[in-house]
Design a protein around this ligand. Sequence first.
Ligand SMILES: [Zn+2]
Length: 186
Amino acid sequence: METQGEIKATSAETFYPRDEDIEKWMANAFDMAKDALENGEVPVGCLMVYNDEVVGRGRNEVNETKNATRHAEMVALDQLLDRCRHSNLDVRSVCERTALYVTVEPCIMCAAALRLLNIPVVVYGCRNERFGGCGSVLDVSSADLPQTGNTFKCVSGHRAQEAVEMLKTFYKQENPNAPKPKTRKD
Ligand SMILES: [Zn+2]
């Protein structure tokens, strides 16, 4: 099965995003994150890009929907799936050529979803110290999990400081939806 591994590696290479793509799509993702912040949501925004076209976009909408799974990536993935359904496109072949641009490292849940859909490349801004699934807490992105889709590559650090500042601004705000903090023994 060595040959197959090589083919996979080569096809992922093809999708390594160019600097100008990163600039362009991340600017858009940051606009979404700002929109999240202005609406009392954790400031994370993302885009899914296939063939230089946006096939999904999302920002965190957990508070709005009162659904803890509605992270930006999940919102964007649902749009991608809808689009495939309506245009009769094969989900797998679209996903295998789609890059995700997101302002914050995907959490463990989202990283697992990205694996299951075979997204090959994720470009992200800052690390997600609390829940990161691409190395910060767990490395779901590159773990050897034969029953859970494919590994994906990460390109990190674009406008990271700005992404961190937005998160800090959010967590400093009074959040009426937040449960009472418990004392943590770290
Ligand atoms: Zn997530």
